[in-house]
Design a protein around this ligand. Structure first.
Ligand SMILES: Cc1cc2nc3c(=O)[nH]c(=O)nc-3n(C[C@H](O)[C@H](O)[C@H](O)COP(=O)(O)OP(=O)(O)OC[C@H]3O[C@@H](n4cnc5c(N)ncnc54)[C@H](O)[C@@H]3O)c2cc1C
Length: 286
């Protein structure tokens, strides 16, 4: 095992925020992930499984444990399903399956996470979520045992999966595909719309808050409070999409948390709605 010390988490998250990891390892194979998790257990240190860090806000002090970077990134497309490693790009999966004329994962294109991160978060867009296409997920428990979960074994809801109650590592997932000549066209439209409406060129973690309900978007509430463009330290509420906080000038985690709090207080005061973060703050020590 090649364990590194002091790897900067700002380099491993789309927000570009975070201090050093006490320990860091890349797992390209399930065995490396297994050995790393068992090593951390023997050292009594916590493990954080990292995908592309596109929904994670790391602490300015870093992480006082082991960052296990999932890089298991194979992809096998068959006639009625695709099987991909948890470290494979979820966006690429959406593009590649649509290009081959398969429907089911068009919504994934443009979501800048991994397959594992998407399953863990039940990522979604355009009225579809991971749960709608997932067939099964291969999982490595803290006890070192692999287990295959079928879709029916798992619970999902808005940005929630059963995996959020567990501490192990998703290794791979299989998704259902259906032949559809229009798939590529719909996927391209999805990307075009994203590029027009979301600040893709800036550093962010996507939507910072969960939508309070299917008919009430956090972005609309924030915009109505006149908070677009609000700045705290190096963090700014995006002018393009009010539910994005962007790191425009070496923002710290403290800046982002302060801006989150300011938004929550203003929105609660003006509309009576308490916004809850979608981004996952990773504590320095657990
Ligand atoms: C520009 C932008 C646009 C976005 N658009 C969307 C969108 O449309 N819809 C949407 O749902 N999200 C969106 N996101 C958020 C983010 O991309 C998704 O939540 C994505 O699924 C996170 O994947 P990740 O690999 O980056 O996860 P990470 O940020 O690396 O991790 C997130 C959580 O998942 C856990 N995790 C990751 N991999 C594994 C694994 N293999 N096993 C167990 N646990 C794991 C981590 O421990 C952590 O708790 C967007 C983000 C950005 C920056």
């Amino acid at each position: 095992m090649h364990i590194q010390r002091g790897k900067l988490l700002s380099e491993l998250s789309t927000f570009g925020i975070g201090g050093p990891a006490r320990y860091y390892i890349e797992a390209k194979e399930p065995n490396t992930a297994r050995e790393a998790m068992q090593w951390a257990l023997s050292q009594q240190i916590p493990v954080f499984i990292l995908g592309k860090g596109s929904n994670s806000l790391f602490d300015d002090r870093g992480y006082d444990g082991l960052i296990l970077h999932n890089k298991i990134d194979f992809c096998e497309i068959a006639q009625d399903s695709v099987y991909a490693g948890a470290g494979y790009s979820f966006s690429l999966l959406g593009v590649q399956t649509a290009r081959k004329g398969f429907s089911g994962l068009e919504f994934a294109s443009g979501i800048p996470g991994t397959v594992g991160g998407a399953v863990f978060m039940n990522a979604g867009a355009n009225g579809q979520e991971v749960k709608d296409a997932l067939l099964e997920a291969l999982y490595l428990g803290l006890d070192g045992e692999e287990r295959l979960f079928l879709r029916s074994d798992l619970e999902f809801s808005y940005r929630f999966s059963s995996f959020q109650k567990l501490r192990g590592c998703i290794l791979a997932a299989r998704f259902e595909l259906k032949e559809n000549k229009e798939a590529r066209q719909s996927q391209l439209k999805i990307v075009e719309y994203r590029l027009k409406t979301q600040p893709y060129k800036e550093k962010s973690a996507g939507c910072i808050f969960r939508n309070p309900s299917p008919s009430l978007s956090a972005g609309a509430l924030i915009e109505r409070c006149g908070l677009k463009g609000s700045v705290l330290g190096g963090a700014r509420v995006s002018e393009m999409h009010a539910n994005f906080i962007v790191n425009e000038a070496k923002a710290s985690c403290t800046d982002v948390l302060a801006l989150i709090q300011k938004i929550q207080e203003t929105v609660a005061e003006k509309s009576g709605v308490r916004l809850e973060p979608e981004v996952r703050k990773v504590p320095f020590d657990e």
